[in-house]
Write a protein that binds this ligand. Structure first.
Ligand SMILES: Nc1nc2c(c(=O)[nH]1)N[C@H]1C(S)=C(S)[C@@H](COP(=O)(O)O)O[C@H]1N2
Ligand SMILES: [Mo]
Length: 396
């Protein structure tokens, strides 16, 4: 493809979304742009049920109605990438390891499969999930509620791979680079993980997602899975690791995925020195039933959903039927793993027909509670406001 053709291949919408992220169009997006970013029919093979937020690169959101199982099936799992998905082939795939190691070199897929096999079940969420709800609006993919999902990731521990190359005492960050390559002046998508998290026994380089080879859009044949941390750390199509004695200085480490360390006035610019890298996901809930705008019959109305808190544990979810005036403690599901969401449910008895706002508010084991108002930030990360749906109750 020529440069011109490649440029033509960018849809207007993905171009605006990307331009917004990369060039920093400024914190404001006219609301007409949000219309432009609204959904179009899904046309990506195997992902027909997802909402298209961008066609190329493919950014696909899971409708809340389909997030109703503890494990999200591969064909329903959201997709997020910045550059075009590369064509990858398992045959001859190699992962190179360089930098602060005794014996730089590479490891094949086969050799990785021979390392101890581990499975980590993880709720993966894009840092920008919920970006569409920030006010004033923020440039970037306008995710609503469904850039999140839970999968079982099977592979080798990142630490077992690194140990084969002899990690030096000077090592501080592990750079992860996928096979996707930038177009034109876009920066390459490269992320880095601090040593302690990289060497943690739950941090894996996965070759399976929910018991199948990882699908191409999710990083075939190899991806990193950094449990509990915002999704961007989990680099897909992993082909290069570099161990550094300092933080990487590329765009996606130095500029993107940063969050203010001080309170910010909505819409204000933030000085780079007042920004710190995002790490763990924050406490959050998602009501999956009833669906927003649903009409239900008076009587028993079951409210259900999931709540997660990154590396922390969800210990409590409260639900409200009166816009948060009064709360009931929901029952938590028994199915849970260290880095996954937890189901919650509660049955209300509704006798009066009419309009109701149902809310869900999760609390984690560190005492963090979902807020009523999001902290506005320039890139629209970590939206975790108390979730709500509006329903109509009709006479039984
Ligand atoms: N190589 C590569 N890995 C990547 C990305 C990317 O653009 N390129 N996007 C990241 C982001 S921002 C997220 S949220 C997750 C999404 O993973 P998924 O597409 O499997 O849901 O992948 C991460 N890994
Ligand atoms: Mo993301």
């Amino acid at each position: 493809m020529t440069k011109k053709q490649r440029r033509g291949a960018l849809t207007r919408r993905s171009f605006i979304a990307e331009a917004g992220t990369l060039v920093g169009l400024g914190p404001f997006l006219p609301s007409s742009l949000n219309l432009l970013l609204a959904q179009t029919p899904a046309v990506i093979k195997g992902k027909e049920q997802l909402i298209v937020r961008s066609i190329r690169p493919e950014d696909l959101e899971t409708p809340v109605a389909l997030l109703n199982s503890f494990i999200t099936p591969n064909n329903l799992f959201y997709v997020r990438h910045h550059l075009y998905a590369p064509r990858t082939d398992a045959a001859g795939w190699k992962l190179s390891v360089a930098g602060e190691v005794e014996r730089p070199g590479s490891i094949t897929l086969e050799e990785i499969r021979q390392l101890p096999r581990v499975t980590t079940t993880v709720t993966l969420e894009c840092a920008g999930n919920g970006r569409a709800f920030f006010d004033p609006p923020v440039a970037g993919i306008q995710w609503e509620k469904g850039a999140v999902g839970t999968a079982r990731w099977t592979g080798a521990r990142l630490s077992d791979v690194l140990k084969r190359f002899g990690v030096k005492s000077t090592a501080r960050f592990v750079v992860l680079d996928g096979a996707d390559r930038p177009i034109g002046k876009m920066p390459d998508f490269v992320r880095n993980v601090p040593m302690a998290k990289a060497m943690h026994a739950d941090t894996v380089i996965a070759y399976e997602m929910n018991g199948e080879p990882i699908p191409p859009l999710h990083g075939f044949p190899l991806r990193a899975v950094i449990p509990g941390w915002e999704g961007a750390y989990s680099v897909k199509w992993l082909e290069r690791i570099e161990v550094l004695d300092r933080e990487h200085d590329g765009f996606f480490v130095k500029t993107a995925y940063k969050y203010p360390t001080k309170k910010v006035a909505p819409g204000a610019a933030v000085d780079a020195k007042d920004m710190a890298p995002l790490t763990g996901l924050v406490v959050k809930s998602l009501i999956t039933a009833p669906l927003d705008k649903a009409t239900v019959k008076a009587g028993a109305v079951r409210v259900a959903g999931f709540a997660w808190a990154g590396e922390n544990d969800v210990v409590r979810v409260d639900v409200s039927l009166d816009g948060g005036a009064t709360w009931r403690q929901a029952q938590l599901g028994r199915e849970r793993e260290r880095y996954t969401w937890r189901g919650f449910s509660h049955e209300f008895r509704i006798t009066e027909p009419g309009h109701y706002t149902i809310m869900a508010r999760a609390t984690d084991d560190k005492g963090n509670v979902q807020p009523i108002e999001a902290m506005w930030n320039p890139s629209g990360y970590l939206w975790n406001v108390i979730d709500r749906v509006r329903i109509n109750v009709e006479a039984a």
